[in-house]
Design a protein around this ligand. Sequence first.
Ligand SMILES: [Zn+2]
Length: 217
Amino acid sequence: MRLKYFIPAVAVFVSASASFAADHKETPVVEPEAALKKLQAGNARYAGKSVSAGKSTAKARAATAQGQHPFAIIVGCADSRTSPEIIFDQNLGDLFVIRTAGNLVDDYALGSIEYAVEHLGARLVVVLGHERCGAVKAAVAGGSAPGHVGAIVKDIRPAVTAVNKSPGDVLVNSINENIYRVADKICKKASLGDKASSVRVVRAVYDLDSGKVEWLK
Ligand SMILES: [Zn+2]
């Protein structure tokens, strides 16, 4: 079954966003298990072609204009085919989404996660990779990539090296390994203070063909 990642309570909590905190003092918290169920149900609707019809973005915009309480944090790939709000059948204000090619996390992403946990009430972090990820493909292909793409490839390459001799498809294995490593990095590096023990980090991979999200063990 799904592994439960508990982020160690480490590091000094940085209160640089104290001015934002004032807006969210009474933030309702959505527990990770409830958040996960909502995502699973939403993905089942999407993949099953029963995605919510006539979803009111105008209503959601009005409801969230003065404050946001997203129930989950998604760390996904920037790939245009993997938009979390769509594949989980959610609306404005539901998901706090961080996307980079290869679903990597840097200091900006970690800071964003910390902010969403501390001030917005989210307690579930989903690291969402996907089938046929171009960023991972580039890392598997080897060689050097131009410009800042090189930094992405470099950060994914250790995952490729780790599974290089494993049985099965090297791209599939690398995609999964990269997801595991990003989840581990979040567990080890995110500074969540007294919220750490209540946060759950889960790993998932999105199937571009079926639309289904598989929750990894
Ligand atoms: Zn990708």
